[in-house]
Design a protein around this ligand. Structure first.
Ligand SMILES: CC(C)(COP(=O)(O)OP(=O)(O)OC[C@H]1O[C@@H](n2cnc3c(N)ncnc32)[C@H](O)[C@@H]1OP(=O)(O)O)[C@@H](O)C(=O)NCCC(=O)NCCS
Length: 168
């Protein structure tokens, strides 16, 4: 299977929007919260394309079909890969690996020294892939409280940081 990586063009907007919706769907699935999938993906993608630090986005194509995309942002020495999404029909065939390696190489051409990627802690498959691809340093840890009056989310036990039991 030949995977080609190419730079985003304006005409790719709709396919990236469909992939953004798949990403929201994926998060809705892992949190068991359909409200996540009802989020405004147009606003999300537009915000991404206009966000400060935008370096570029790249698409993975297989047999002329867009299978996924990934973006790169840079803020001086710090860079971030956001998002990475591969369409569900194309997962587990090495496309995410190739996309991420490509974006890492793009970051390597810039001033970026510290390149991050921020999966939600419950996204175990994505975490496994990112660690395998060399993202094995932990920077900031984002801690939060669920203040919703009746929390719909069931938080899971099983993460320990510096001996502290946390939920995810
Ligand atoms: C996370 C995501 C981008 C990975 O994309 P992908 O194309 O499935 O990634 P890969 O195929 O390269 O790797 C996935 C697994 O398939 C395996 N794999 C790679 N090439 C393979 C091949 N040719 N055949 C079979 N398996 C393969 C990899 O070893 C990997 O397993 P591992 O992480 O346990 O080592 C994709 O699952 C996705 O879009 N998920 C939903 C959105 C999401 O969670 N995005 C990340 C948010 S930060």
């Amino acid at each position: 299977m030949k995977i080609q990586i190419r730079e985003y063009q304006n005409s790719d907007y709709d396919v990236c929007l469909a992939l953004s919706r798949e990403l929201a769907q994926h998060h809705a699935g892992i949190y068991g919260d359909p409200a996540i999938a009802r989020g405004d993906s147009v606003k999300w993608l537009d915000g991404l394309l206009k966000r400060n630090g935008y370096v570029g986005m790249w698409l993975a194509e297989v047999g002329g079909q867009t299978a996924g995309f990934a973006g790169l942002f840079s803020y001086g020495e710090e860079g971030e890969i956001e998002p990475v999404v591969v369409a569900s029909a194309f997962r587990n065939r090495g496309i995410g690996t190739k996309l991420i390696r490509h974006v890492v190489a793009e970051a390597g051409k810039s001033k970026v020294r510290f390149l991050s990627i921020r999966p939600v802690a419950r996204n175990k498959e994505a975490l496994a892939l990112f660690v395998r691809l060399g993202f094995n340093l932990v920077g900031h840890v984002e801690l939060f409280q669920d203040l919703s009056p009746k929390s719909d989310r069931k938080w899971k036990s099983g993460i320990t940081i510096h001996g502290k039991e946390l939920k995810y």
